[in-house]
Write a protein that binds this ligand. Structure first.
Ligand code: HEM
Length: 90
């Protein structure tokens, strides 16, 4: 599951998604649920959805920032004329 979420995050990097987009999408998800479910969307339900989305988003973003930091590291090495190597993590 965790690897599947990391891979989802990696694909989102390719879609051009940035960290701050997750907040907008999360708020929109909660708004949509409130609009469609009305009173059935209880405070407990909202809390549960917010928690699940928050966990998914933070894992997607963690993958995103890890990938970015590795890319910056590779770039810096190349700029310094150091030999490039294939990272086992990307
Ligand atoms: C935790 C939050 C999110 C989840 C669980 C999620 C889930 C998904 C899934 C399952 C797909 C189908 C393709 C795939 O598996 O790669 C997808 C596609 C996509 N998502 Fe997300 N997503 C999330 C957040 C976001 C955010 C914040 C954005 C930014 C606006 C975004 C933009 C996109 C785009 C552009 C596509 C490709 C659509 C296409 O090519 O048809 N997603 N997402």
């Amino acid at each position: 599951m965790s690897l599947a979420i990391q891979d989802l995050g990696r694909r989102h990097v390719e879609y051009g998604v940035k960290d701050h987009h997750y907040e907008t999408v999360g708020a929109t998800l909660l708004w949509t649920l409130k609009e469609s479910l009305g009173a059935e969307f209880t405070p407990q339900a909202k809390e549960a959805w917010a928690t699940v989305y928050g966990v998914l988003a933070s894992r997607c973003k963690r993958r995103l920032s890890l990938r970015h930091s590795r890319m910056r590291y590779q770039y810096a090495r190349n700029q310094a004329g150091m030999t490039s190597y294939a990272s086992p993590y990307v």
